[in-house]
Design a protein around this ligand. Structure first.
Ligand SMILES: Cc1ncc(C[n+]2csc(CCOP(=O)(O)OP(=O)(O)O)c2C)c(N)n1
Ligand SMILES: [Mg+2]
Length: 499
């Protein structure tokens, strides 16, 4: 029986139509339990979309009731949903939808929604960009009506001291790289607040997955300056045994997963960790840090979707600093930043001033609470600016003008902004400033000098820790490496033990 059957039915009276349509559905259901309603789209019933969707719902509903009940149910409900077209076909006078009918909620499997007669596309962006949560202005003054988070003098001084230490480590390590002491380095300049304020708002139990521009979280958790230097030198005390590029820190003790160069790979991993925390009913969340560039990777989207459907306690903290190396955000996406992508995945989200320590602290504290108590992901987009070059392999003056960089460096500096605020509280003065700067500089230099003198790991370490006993192909590669080093000694570092 084809669609024409139904259409001819529609020409008879509505009551007869209803009875026949309901009967057809019941019969069709009993003839093949295996076939879905969708399979029956063309045969035996061809109903207009409105009836079809209702029929689909009724089909499912009838599966849970006796055939007599389902027939009654179908009759009752079909009478409600016959569209004007159907009514016309069945001889009924044309009648406009009432408001109630337009608001009727339909349960398509893909979406529960109401109908509209308007041919209206959702605009590509909202009329206004998402506002940015900020508590303190560039001069460290609280905004009118701003509700500042609870922060006592001890915590405030600790946060500021860590920001200064991070800044100092960046300056000295960067210079060390330029002098050829390390092979590579990346700075956090302009993003010190995101590093330290967010770390301070977390619990040490939270597991952290970072990109590479977030060593401040590890610093806050107590990773020593010497450990940072050990990693950059790749010496024998480096926890990664010298196998990674500099700045690819990791520490099991500090629940800080080792950084991995391929962008955004940390994001699905973090969701997996969050799911584990949820299964274990732990009072902790996973925290995934990433840049705007990482949000252009497929892994970001996979991670967001999994986090959402699995309802995992995770914070996605995006540092939107405007650049992915030399690619500006305009060439990466046309959305209103990252914050709006949260809603696309059904995730709560907020945009925060990434140069405002107090706003970041407050937003992360609140987001963490929601993530754990409600077992849900939260997106935090922190707007900031990468003041330094992308890395020591980059020269950003080739694609950004100096005036732009200087503006962010001198006028918008997050460290200075927070200093102004703590000074205004009477918690900081010029003597404290001199002391922390002098101490930080001395501590970084001492750590670096000590790490620089330590022996490098033996070359054989390169091949260990994957297999219990070395397989033949790795033994072969080890022998080849030794042979090449012996032939070209000047091309290999003299301080790496090879024998
Ligand atoms: C999968 C992958 N593609 C490309 C690169 C090269 N790469 C390294 S960093 C980077 C830019 C990332 O930008 P963003 O995420 O905004 O972080 P930011 O450097 O601004 O902090 C790119 C493209 C990479 N490491 N991995
Ligand atoms: Mg970026």
């Amino acid at each position: 029986m084809a669609g024409s059957t139904v259409r001819s039915l529609m020409k008879t009276s509505t009551t007869t139509t209803l009875a026949r349509v309901a009967k057809l559905i019941t019969e069709a259901r009993s003839c093949s339990q295996q076939r879905t309603w969708e399979n029956r789209r063309s045969s035996p019933l061809l109903l207009p979309a409105r009836e079809f969707s209702c029929g689909s719902a009724l089909w499912n509903a009838s599966g849970r009731s006796s055939s007599l009940e389902s027939e009654e149910l179908l009759k009752k409900n079909l009478s409600k949903v016959l569209s004007p077209t159907t009514r016309q076909l069945s001889g009924e006078p044309e009648k406009a939808f009432t408001d109630d009918e337009n608001l009727e909620v339909l349960d398509y499997p893909g979406a529960k929604t109401s109908f509209t007669h308007e041919l209206k596309f959702i605009p590509e962006s909202a009329a206004e960009p998402v506002p940015c949560y900020r508590l303190v202005n560039d001069f460290g003054q609280p905004l009118p009506w701003a509700h500042l988070p609870e922060m006592d003098v001890k915590l405030a001084r600790e946060i500021y001291s860590h920001m200064v230490t991070l800044q100092t480590m960046d300056v000295i390590f960067y210079e060390a790289q330029r002098q050829g002491r390390f092979s590579f380095y990346m700075t956090t300049n302009g993003e010190e607040a995101i590093n330290i304020a967010t770390a301070a708002a977390l619990s040490p139990q939270d597991v952290v997955f970072t990109q590479y521009r977030e060593p401040g979280i590890l610093m806050w958790r107590g990773f020593s300056l010497e450990s940072f230097a050990n990693q950059c030198f790749g010496n024998g005390d480096d926890l990664g045994k010298g196998r990674q590029m500099p700045v690819h820190y990791g520490s099991h003790e500090h629940k800080y997963f080792t950084i991995s160069s391929p962008i955004a790979t940390q994001l699905p991993q973090a969701v997996g960790a969050a799911y584990g925390l949820k299964m274990g009913n732990e009072d902790a969340c996973a925290v995934a840090y990433f840049g705007d560039g990482a949000s252009s990777e497929g892994d970001f989207h996979a991670a967001m979707n999994f986090a959402s459907i699995l309802e995992t306690p995770i914070l996605f903290i995006c540092r939107n600093n405007g650049w992915a190396i030399s690619t500006p955000t305009n060439d990466q996406f046309r959305s209103d930043g990252i914050v709006v992508k949260g809603r696309g995945y059904g995730i709560r989200s907020i945009r925060v001033d990434g140069m405002d320590t107090l706003a970041l602290f407050s937003a992360v504290k609140e987001a963490r609470k929601m993530a754990i108590e409600e077992s849900r992901p939260v997106v935090i987009e922190a707007l900031t600016y990468r003041v330094g070059h992308h890395s020591t392999s980059d020269d950003s003056s080739k694609y950004r003008n100096k005036v732009e960089i200087d503006h962010w460096k001198l006028v918008r500096d997050p460290v200075l902004r927070f200093k102004r605020w703590i000074e205004a509280q009477g918690w900081w003065d010029i003597d404290s400033e001199k002391k922390i700067r002098t101490e930080a500089r001395a501590a970084v230099i001492a750590a670096m000098n000590k790490a620089g003198r330590k022996e490098k790991p033996h070359i054989s370490v390169l091949f260990e820790d994957v297999y219990d006993s070395l397989p033949s192909h790795l033994k072969e590669q080890q022998a080849q490496l030794r042979e090449v080093i012996a032939r070209h000694p000047r091309d290999y570092p003299a301080d790496v033990p090879t024998l």
